[in-house]
Design a protein around this ligand. Structure first.
Ligand code: 6PG
Length: 252
């Protein structure tokens, strides 16, 4: 396992900032957290991870494929998504396609471990199908899926997964997942809801780049943040780990 020395962290009430020099050392630390999570999981049970979309996760997945093929027990993981665009799985827009290209294909992940959102379905049908997948393959706690690890990105508008600011319907949804619409592009999305995200055993944000610094400061400090979905990620299980680089952390 790579030596992960070059990060510093700040621990605040239920938030841990892990600040890294670069995405490679961020990915090394996340790989260690995934390995530890798998080790702590009861023998024989699947370790469930919900994946995000976005450019930062894509770089992290590539790093995993290059350096962790034999260092993580990938065969013990079932993969899900925190959100998916309502597009064909072969589309470059698809979060599944991004993970397939950067992680699953290079690692030779068994398709039986992959529980994707059916982006090619009509959105309401895709949501109903994904609710069934979550019910069947993710352990429940208090009537909602309880993922072992929830990986999230954060947009510079404070969205996370595909929960966008000012979308009152999704912010108050008690379903496991729902349909949303991207505020600029109008693209339909399927997203896990905040109650599901907050039901996770471990939540890790992956946020890099100085463009995210102003929003990250608001979300961490809570300053004028009440309408920001990322601010409302507060897992019942305890801490939210922020895996960030110096650029994103530059205003904290
Ligand atoms: C998506 C993602 C979205 C993403 C953030 C951050 O489907 O686009 O799930 O929530 O994680 O927008 O994306 P970047 O890492 O590319 O900034």
């Amino acid at each position: 396992m790579e030596n992960i020395a070059n990060y510093k962290y700040h621990k605040m009430a239920s938030t841990e900032l892990k600040i890294f020099e670069n995405i490679a050392s961020l990915a090394d630390a996340l790989a260690q957290a995934i390995s530890q999570g798998i080790e702590q999981k009861n023998n024989g049970q699947w370790y469930t991870i919900a994946l995000p979309g976005g450019s930062t996760p894509a770089v992290v997945f590539k790093h995993f494929a290059e350096f962790y093929k034999d260092k993580i027990s990938w065969e013990k993981i079932r993969f899900f998504w925190g959100d998916e665009r309502c597009v064909d799985p072969t589309s470059d827009e698809s979060n599944y396609q991004m993970a397939h290209k950067n992680l699953f294909q290079p690692l030779g992940i068994n398709p039986g471990q992959i529980c994707r959102v059916m982006g090619e379905y009509d959105p309401p049908k895709a949501v109903m199908h994904y609710r069934g997948v979550l019910k069947e393959f993710v352990e429940e706690q208090d009537g909602l899926p309880a993922f072992d690890m929830m990986l999230l990105g954060m947009g510079d508008d404070g969205h996370t997964a595909s929960i966008f600011p000012h979308d009152k319907k999704i912010l108050s949804s008690l379903n496991s997942c729902d349909v949303t619409t991207h505020p600029q592009s109008g693209q339909r999305r399927v997203t896990l809801t905040l109650p599901t995200i907050n039901n996770s055993r471990k939540v890790c944000f992956l946020v890099t780049g100085s463009a995210k610094a102003p929003m990250l400061k608001r979300v961490i400090t809570g300053e004028n943040a009440n309408h920001l979905p990322a601010y409302h990620v507060k897992p019942h299980s305890g801490t939210t780990d922020w895996y960030i680089d110096r650029g994103a952390a530059s205003m904290i």
